[in-house]
Design a protein around this ligand. Structure first.
Ligand SMILES: [Zn+2]
Ligand SMILES: [Zn+2]
Length: 893
């Protein structure tokens, strides 16, 4: 053990002074760096890469605090620990940022051209892209910065290319005309899960379609009449008796007068609307599928800007909603409109710009999902991968069961460009590395190749994150040692975007799950339970919180009261309370350090008192409790256990109990010096160990204190995690101490209730017929006297009637008597209480007459009435308590 640092702790805890210093110390000494060649069972985690455009929000703060707690805990337990940090290139977000700045210069990306534009984006990334990772450092994250990755760095890009080519060669990537979600404003495809649906009030228009050859008519209902211009059929349910005779016949599409067939398809819901639906394969995903089944043509009637095109006939050139108005008008004037109903339905919006997305048919690249989804479901069903909490398993499986092919092409410039080249003179396609591109087309001999202009969905590269960051496709030592990773910590909002994709990519390319456990946490809401958002202005900047309260306080506050998977509300009061906890630890540690003078850490334990044995027992139990909580990912429970121990047991009881020994004033011991030494040993041993247990939660504060205490080694973060020692755990000691604590509490309560001035000391009499209890009380009488502010503690086997003027309390088989006659002025106290009783009775009368007034009860809002009733109940309770005390006091007199 080294000597304690003589400087000691400053009087006031200043998080800023503590935090910057230690983060620098840890990084300078390479304490976060993983050594792939070192021994130790691996424990590895990849950080969900934040967007390179981002700045730290509370969600990141929570996510990374949870990861850091697990990583620091495992590292101290001796695992070979790797935590890989990095950022995501965030295709659309980053491109939009740079386009904005170009626009402010009066330029567009087309003025620059692709190559120059990408240079601008890289410049932007180099200049601003480190913001979020430097913010993560303030939080205290102990990730291995020497292994920091970026989804578009050389290695990750190589992995992306390799994966694309292999999937292409296996037939799992294909190019096809498919219905996709198109954002007319962003001018790009967006994936199904990037479409946000919201309920909108709209209309259901009922339109008459005449049957060809004058054979009557049918009525279809639609929410989007403008798309009828692209109708290529109407459909009915095959079992719908009403329309059976029409199957195979033709109807006339109003306005355009095109003949279209009536088809029968199970997809039609006979109970919705009229039971007949129009089929527009080019503008609706379900119709698209129906169209494929019935070999219907696809007619696109809109441009990429959501304007009507030449297929729209007379409406060509109109904006989509303008067209809707006009077409409804025309249908009405031509007698085709049957009726209009009000109708609420879900409308899809772009998650970035909130424009209504347009389903469109377009040539895109897809990943064939069925063969990849199967094994990704298997590993969860057979337990190779588990979700914490378990309920997310169902959500994950449900999504994969219903998955559609994944559209991976994006009409952007910033991202991984699709590694496919097209011969401009024939239909030859080359997929592979650019170096391998043939000079002449093997099919037609031409030399005109052009690369696909699109880039890949950002989630394509983040789906490879657990192995691309470890150097795959190269066979690196990291891949061998650290894959699969131990746990993924992430928010419930990206299970589909990210978690599922990592799973099937990992299984396909590594033949092994990417992580054994997925620990899902909730979202952080404001104090009223609303999502934090820019528009509500209710966001909290974690960096500001760190500035004001320190990272330790933010971290601890975020995890306390937090159970896996559930959302958390952010309250500033809780932040204040956590800061008080940090101050409490600081002050207690200062007290301990100031009282370690002359302490020799090499001395043996000496003779342990009941208090010593009690705190050692409680401390060793705490170790087990914290381990148990962390193993179950119940991080909040671990934090609570440490909080309670430190605050209520170590600070409020143990420190108070050992004070007389530290000051050399404990008359009950024979060897004052030895007793002091033992107290110092227990105090510092328990404090040091508790700082270790707390370290993963509050890394900075605990390092500062640990460094000042007698310790081994360079840093608390690489010290050995405390092990629980069974020989110190002692139920009977805890019970015995529990009895003394109860007695002290009882006396304190009586004094508080009777309004005894703190300076006045009272004699107390403890009576028990149980010999064992008396022995115990005798042993602890010095504690009791000290902590219950007693002038004398008398212990007796029997009482001969109640001592005169005493208040009593029962604790187990002990009766506590506190004679009060000399402590309070009885007459004065009776007067005071009588007055209070009158005021309370007056209040009860007032409330009673109000509540008995039918006018008030009928007219006042329900919550006001309820409040008044509650007040009445409280007042009645108070009245009873006051009467009880008055009776007691009168008896004393
Ligand atoms: Zn958009
Ligand atoms: Zn060719």
């Amino acid at each position: 053990m080294t000597e304690t640092n003589k400087e000691g702790l400053p009087k006031i805890y200043e998080p800023k002074q503590v935090e910057g210093k230690w983060y620098q110390y840890w990084t300078e000494n390479n304490l976060f760096r993983a050594d792939v060649n070192a021994d130790g069972e691996p424990f590895s985690v990849v950080m969900p890469p934040p967007n390179v455009t981002g700045s730290l929000h509370l969600g990141h703060a929570l996510d990374n605090t949870l990861q850091d707690i697990l990583v620091r805990w495992k590292r101290m337990q001796g695992y070979n620990t790797l935590w890989v940090p990095g950022t995501d290139h965030a295709g659309i977000a980053t491109q939009a940022k740079v386009e904005e700045s170009l626009a402010s210069e009066g330029q567009s990306k087309y003025d620059l051209g692709r190559e120059k534009f990408l240079e601008r984006v890289w410049d932007w990334k180099h200049q601003y892209g480190n913001r979020i990772t430097s913010q993560l450092r303030y939080l205290g994250t102990s990730c291995d910065w020497s292994r920091e990755r970026f989804t578009m760095d050389e290695g990750c890009s190589q992995a992306v290319q390799e994966v694309f080519v292999r999937l292409f060669e296996k037939g799992l990537i294909y190019r096809g005309n498919r219905i996709i979600n198109w954002c007319p404003k962003c001018q790009t495809t967006i994936s199904d899960i990037e479409v946000e649906h919201s309920e909108k009030g709209g209309h259901l228009w009922h339109i008459r379609y005449p049957v060809k050859d004058g054979d009557g008519e049918i009525v279809v209902a639609t929410t989007r009449p403008e798309t009828m211009l692209g109708d290529t059929a109407v459909a009915i349910h095959p079992d719908d008796e009403r329309y059976k005779s029409l199957i195979g016949k033709k109807v006339i599409l109003p306005i355009l007068n095109r003949e279209i067939p009536v088809v029968a398809d199970e997809y039609v819901d006979p109970s919705f609307g009229t039971g007949v639906v129009k089929i527009t394969p080019a503008h609706d995903p379900n119709d698209f599928e129906v169209g494929l089944r019935h070999h219907l043509p696809q007619i696109s009637v809109m441009t990429k800007e959501a304007m009507m095109n030449e297929e729209a006939g007379p409406y060509s050139g109109m904006e989509r909603y303008e067209c809707r108005k006009q077409i409804v008008k025309d249908l009405e004037s031509q007698g085709y409109l049957v009726k209009v109903d009000e109708h609420v339905h879900a409308v899809g919006h772009c998650y970035r710009c909130d424009t209504v997305v347009e389903p469109m048919v377009s040539p895109q690249w897809f990943v064939r999902m069925k063969p990849l989804a199967e094994p990704a479901m298997e590993v969860v069903k057979d337990g190779r991968m588990t979700f914490i909490p378990e309920r997310f398993t169902k959500i994950y499986l449900g999504w994969l069961e219903n998955i559609r092919d994944w559209c991976i092409s994006r009409q952007l410039w910033w991202g991984h460009r699709i590694p496919v080249w097209y011969c401009q003179d024939c239909d030859y396609i080359y997929c592979g590395k650019e170096e391998g591109l043939p000079e002449v087309c093997p099919k037609c001999g031409a030399v005109h190749f052009e690369q696909d202009p699109d880039v890949l969905d950002t989630w394509f590269s983040s789906g490879l994150w657990p192995f691309s960051t470890m150097g795959w496709p190269n066979e690196t030592a990291e891949v061998k040692k650290y894959y699969p990773t131990s746990v993924l910590v992430t928010g419930r909002d990206i299970i589909f975007f990210w978690v599922a994709r990592m799973v099937f990519m990992g299984l396909e390319f590594m033949h092994e799950v990417p992580f054994r456990e997925v620990f899902i946490h909730g979202l952080i809401l404001d104090s009223q339970g609303r999502k934090m958002s820019k528009s509500l202005g209710n966001g909290v900047d974690p960096i500001e919180v760190i500035e004001q309260y320190g990272a330790d306080t933010l971290r601890f506050m975020l995890v306390t009261g937090n159970t896996p998977g559930n959302d958390i509300r952010f309250h500033f009061e809780r932040l204040e309370a956590t800061r008080n906890f940090a101050n409490k630890i600081w002050n207690a540690s200062r007290f301990v350090l100031m009282n370690l003078e002359g302490f020799d850490p090499h001395e043996s334990w000496g003779e342990l008192t009941l208090a010593d044995r009690w705190i050692l027992s409680r401390y060793n139990r705490l170790i087990g409790d914290v381990n148990k909580a962390l193993e179950a990912y119940d991080i909040g429970e671990g934090a609570r256990a440490i909080y309670d121990f430190l605050w209520s047991e170590y600070c409020d009881w143990y420190i108070e109990l050992v004070k007389p020994r530290l000051y050399g004033k404990d008359a009950s011991v024979s060897d004052v010096v030895k007793s002091r030494q033992t107290a110092q040993k227990v105090l510092s041993h328990v404090l040091r160990g508790t700082m270790q247990l707390l370290h993963p939660f509050m890394p900075f504060l605990t390092e500062e204190i640990w460094q000042q205490l007698p310790h081994h080694g360079q840093s608390i973060m690489v010290s050995s995690w405390p092990g629980a020692q069974a020989e110190f755990m002692d139920d009977s000691v805890e019970n015995e101490m529990g009895l003394l604590m109860e007695v002290i509490r009882a006396v304190r309560n009586i004094r508080a209730e009777m309004n005894v001035a703190p300076g006045k000391r009272a004699e107390i009499i403890l009576v028990s017929s149980n010999e064992e209890s008396r022995r115990l009380l005798a042993q602890g009488s010095a504690f009791v006297a000290n902590l219950a502010n007693a002038s004398e503690v008398k212990i007796e086997g029997v009482t001969y009637g109640q001592p005169e003027g005493a208040v009593t309390a029962i604790v187990g088989d002990v009766t506590v008597y506190v004679p009060l006659k000399d402590l309070i002025d009885l007459t004065k106290e009776i007067d005071r209480l009588t007055k209070e009783l009158r005021v309370t009775e007056e209040e009860i009368r007032r409330l009673g007459s109000k509540l008995n007034n039918p006018g008030f009860v009928a007219k006042a809002p329900a919550d006001v009435v309820a409040k008044e009733r509650e007040k009445e109940r409280e007042a009645l309770k108070k009245k009873a308590a006051l009467e009880e005390r008055l009776r007691g006091l009168t008896a004393l007199g």
